[in-house]
Design a protein around this ligand. Sequence first.
Ligand SMILES: C[S@@+](CC[C@H](N)C(=O)[O-])C[C@H]1O[C@@H](n2cnc3c(N)ncnc32)[C@H](O)[C@@H]1O
Length: 230
Amino acid sequence: MKTTLKGPIFIGRSWLEYLKMFNLDLKELNNWNILDCAAGASSFTAYMFKNHLKSIAVDLKYDKTPEFLEKMCKQHLQVLVDSLQPLQNHFEWYFFKDLEELKKHRMQSCQEFARDYQKGWGKRYLKADLIDLPFADNSFDLVLCAHLLFIYDHRLSADFHLKAVQEMIRVTKNQLRLYPLVKHKGEKSVMVDKVIQNLPLNYQAQLVPVDYQFRRGGNEMLVISKKTSK
Ligand SMILES: C[S@@+](CC[C@H](N)C(=O)[O-])C[C@H]1O[C@@H](n2cnc3c(N)ncnc32)[C@H](O)[C@@H]1O
């Protein structure tokens, strides 16, 4: 019998997926201090550290040991792959050629994450809840949040979405980028408009195309930033 998980599951996209999902240009990142929220087993922070760039990752699960998280990530990845098997025609196969390639790519991300988490646990990997981040106001140049808000809108309330966005914009000096905005059949989450409508008055939201798509229609991110005075 196949295992199913309620989620949010503990897996992670690769650093390359992050660069594409969030329109990040490595040359620009030199002077940026980035926060990756609900980072899971993504290899983004490991890659940044390896390249002497600044990124902190937070996740609810970062009180667990490296061994525990690596095992959990591998199990959840297998459950994900099994669950995608009958749904393959809901997805776009151009970043990944097929499910096998997806599994290999994400497994590599999980291993890169686990190696770096072992060294950086408590330093660049911190346990935190999105709605209560342990950082002062304006601590980061850029805050990223992928694959938690919007895609789990059947589990995470509107109140959670609004509080999480408010908390993430509190800790960023410049921008918050959120991806993706669509659920697995390509329909836009109802929370996207709710988040936009409830932004503080001095903030603006923009839908920006990105060079990545796996979920159908998942080729845009939401960029939230302070309005500039003229
Ligand atoms: C599907 S993973 C996404 C990982 C990564 N951002 C990516 O795009 O691949 C979702 C992550 O959200 C984390 N999470 C769930 N609720 C959270 C919360 N309230 N605060 C912080 N992290 C949370 C889970 O532990 C899990 O690692």
